[in-house]
Design a protein around this ligand. Structure first.
Ligand SMILES: CC(C)(COP(=O)(O)OP(=O)(O)OC[C@H]1O[C@@H](n2cnc3c(N)ncnc32)[C@H](O)[C@@H]1OP(=O)(O)O)[C@@H](O)C(=O)NCCC(=O)NCCS
Length: 343
């Protein structure tokens, strides 16, 4: 008998040290499931002589304060486990889906999706989910589930990792669940900047300038009247045909902005069209690059499509790791470094 999907409401229960043997027992089947696709990666995936698949020891999840083990249940029945840690490939990662397993009986019933959604709501912040490329079914599951949960606000990379000698490739999904409330991602509203937005844009820019000045006091040194000058400048740009100014709002509050300028390349270069130069690009919090930053940059790219733009050029402080990580995830690479010194 096949049970209909809508009959199941999973619960996720924080696991204690008493649950450690139970999770370790279920993990044998977790490994067994994974051998379907990973079985030929190396000898480590061979079935042991006694026929009992052996998993990694997950005890650390019950000992370390920054690890969070959960048992999944349907009613009173065991349905799987989830192990969360904070160890990411990127230094900005706050939560990592360490291990995730739904028992065979409960697979393909939307239970895994519900469990993942519950976990992302419980731990708001920047998430990483890593998938071994051989696990094509898990890859499809995560891509679909993350896409739905974030309404498309995620990045997907294919990278080499250091911790796995036999299969060092991973698909890496990154997304920010900070804005997610009651399962509905609060999407920023992106619109053309107007006069009424300028004060908020200048405030964001000021905050950025303060942190940049600390990192490089010579180059980013603030002028006495920076605030007034920038207000005046942004007002001027609103009416320039070669500039695109966009703002991102959440609940009617400006949480980020981007200014793109269309410029021709110097005559000795031919990138194939205009350059979209982005110097002023701010978000209210570093964690917002993955959400607000993605929305702003994507909207700006979309708007520049009809304008013979061949390339993007984004200015970013050398110290600004959250922004650098975000730009790399948006498939941008470093073309030039500027060195600054006093005369
Ligand atoms: C991977 C795993 C968690 C997926 O669980 P599941 O029970 O198939 O997932 P769900 O039924 O909740 O499916 C959620 C969505 O993903 C889709 N999906 C799941 N597997 C899919 C596949 N192979 N291809 C396409 N879509 C898939 C479902 O169609 C569903 O889509 P919907 O949102 O439109 O309804 C489960 O198979 C499992 O625990 N496997 C063993 C351990 C494992 O591989 N863990 C992952 C480690 S990275």
């Amino acid at each position: 008998m096949i049970a209909p999907k809508e009959n199941f409401a999973p619960s996720i229960i924080p696991a204690t040290i008493e649950d450690y043997p139970t999770i370790q027992n279920m993990a044998r089947f977790y490994v067994y499931e994974m051998t379907r696709t990973c079985g030929f990666i190396s000898d480590d995936w061979h079935c042991p002589k006694d026929g009992l698949y052996e998993s990694f020891d997950f005890k650390i999840y019950f000992e370390a304060p920054d690890r969070f083990p959960f048992i999944v249940k349907i009613g009173d029945e065991l349905a799987g486990f989830v192990l969360i840690n904070k160890v990411g490939v990127s230094p900005n990662t706050q939560w990592n889906m360490g291990e995730f397993f739904i028992l065979a009986k409960f697979q393909d019933k939307d239970i895994a999706k519900q469990v993942a959604n519950m976990i992302w709501q419980k731990f708001p912040g920047i998430w990483e989910v890593l998938v071994i490329p051989e696990m094509s079914y898990a890859l499809k599951f995560w891509r679909k589930t993350i896409n739905k949960f974030t309404s498309g606000h995620y990045t997907e990379d294919y990278k080499l990792v250091r911790f796995d000698r036999d299969q060092p490739n991973r698909f890496i999904f990154t997304f920010d669940t900070s804005f997610i409330k009651d399962k509905i991602p609060i999407k920023p509203v992106i619109s053309k900047a107007e006069t009424s937005h300028i004060d908020a844009m200048v405030s964001l820019s000021n905050a950025k300038r303060t942190s940049y000045e600390k990192a490089q006091p010579q180059f980013w040194r603030r002028a006495d009247n920076a605030h007034e000058k920038q207000t005046e400048w942004f007002h001027t740009l609103l009416n320039q045909p070669d500039h695109i100014l966009l703002v991102a709002e959440i609940n009617n509050k400006i949480k980020g902005f981007i200014i793109g300028r269309l410029i021709p390349a110097p005559e000795v270069y031919n990138p194939g069209g205009l350059t979209l130069m982005i110097d002023d690009f701010c978000v209210a919090e570093p964690s917002m690059w993955q959400s607000i930053g993605v929305s702003l940059l994507s909207a700006l790219k979309e708007q520049s499509k009809q304008k013979n733009v061949a390339q993007l050029l984004v200015v970013c402080g050398h110290h600004d790791e959250p922004k650098k990580t975000f730009l790399e995830k948006m498939d941008l690479s470093i073309a030039s470094d500027w060195y600054v010194g006093k005369i």
